[in-house]
Design a protein around this ligand. Structure first.
Ligand code: G3H
Ligand code: 13P
Ligand code: ZN
Ligand code: NA
Length: 281
């Protein structure tokens, strides 16, 4: 069943488990994620980034997800990841997405707040959930901007959530997009302070490359949505390379995309189990 992220994440927050949000690029990844959710009885969030919806239109992803969830007895949400403003958010809403992110975290606080409130104004009246981001996700040791300065500040977050009316908040506590070069430094104390001060579900970006223990700790200290993109991309692409490396005499693309689909499903199942979403559907 297609539902909002708000519905999925409120349940997760109340029951103390995490829900995986997987970035998908194609039909096989949609199928892999929905099959993984069915097999583990997990709620799940499927998301497409701003770049992904340049590869294929949102109508296309919406149609694939609708078809995939038709006989799936688990809650599934379709979410626009890292949207950049009203234009893209409106397109997603029109396409039937049940949730959108506005990422204005690179903007000054007041501008981030203004842009987020604008998207909330568009989405809330039509029952679409909104995620925003506050702080600097991506600071890695070695990066110029590295340091806890970019981590989400509690008082700012309280004002941001109150004044924007946003449904969920992505926080910066030391994770980064892509693979990690060096050990991530997670501030679980800050995360717990944010959890205690806020009444909306919190989102962790950049989960690829974290250990299972890191992820579990983040969930224990207040994260409800865990975003995975890179690890699924690696699983898909490595499987394709592997298949093609092992087999020369074939012309049917279904051979290698099917092989890659199985691999993505296995990774999704593993992540759902470490987040504790299995049997929660
Ligand atoms: O945060 C988003 C994911 O890492 C994917 O982004 O599609 O722009 O590479 P991308
Ligand atoms: P990773 O690529 O590190 O998994 O990050 C995913 C993400 O945050 C998508 O918004
Ligand atoms: Zn992200
Ligand atoms: Na990462």
């Amino acid at each position: 069943t297609l539902v909002t992220t708000n519905e999925i994440l409120r349940h997760a927050m109340e029951h103390g488990y995490g829900v995986c949000a997987f970035n998908v690029e194609n039909m096989e990844m949609v199928q892999a994620v929905v099959d993984a959710a069915k097999e583990t009885a997990s709620p799940v969030i499927i998301q497409t980034s701003a770049n992904t919806v340049k590869y294929a239109p949102m109508d296309m992803y919406m149609a694939m997800v609708s078809a995939a969830v038709k006989d799936a007895d688990v809650p599934v949400a379709l979410h626009l990841d890292h949207g950049d403003g009203a234009g893209l958010a409106l397109k997603a809403i029109r396409a039937g997405y049940t949730s959108v992110m506005i990422d204005a975290s690179k903007q000054p606080f007041e501008e981030n707040l203004r842009m987020t409130a604008e998207i909330v104004g568009l989405a809330k009246p039509v029952g679409v959930s909104v995620e925003a981001e506050l702080g600097n996700v991506g600071g890695k040791p070695g990066d110029p901007e590295y340091g806890t300065d970019g981590y989400t500040k509690v008082e700012q977050a309280v004002r941001f959530v109150e004044q924007s009316g946003v449904d969920s908040l992505a926080v910066a506590i030391g994770t980064a997009h892509g693979v990690y070069h060096g050990e991530p430094v997670l501030d679980l104390e800050r995360l717990q302070e944010l959890r205690d001060a806020l009444d909306v579900p919190l989102v962790l970006h950049g989960a690829s490359g974290l250990t299972e223990q890191d992820v579990r700790n983040c969930i224990r200290h207040g994260i409800s949505k865990i975003n995975y993109a890179t690890e699924l991309r690696i699983a898909f692409t490595e499987a394709v390379k592997e298949y093609i490396g092992m087999n020369e005499d074939f012309v049917d693309p279904k051979k290698f995309t099917g092989y890659a689909r199985d691999r993505v499903k296995a990774v999704a199942i593993e992540k759902m189990k470490s987040c504790g979403s299995h049997s929660q559907a």
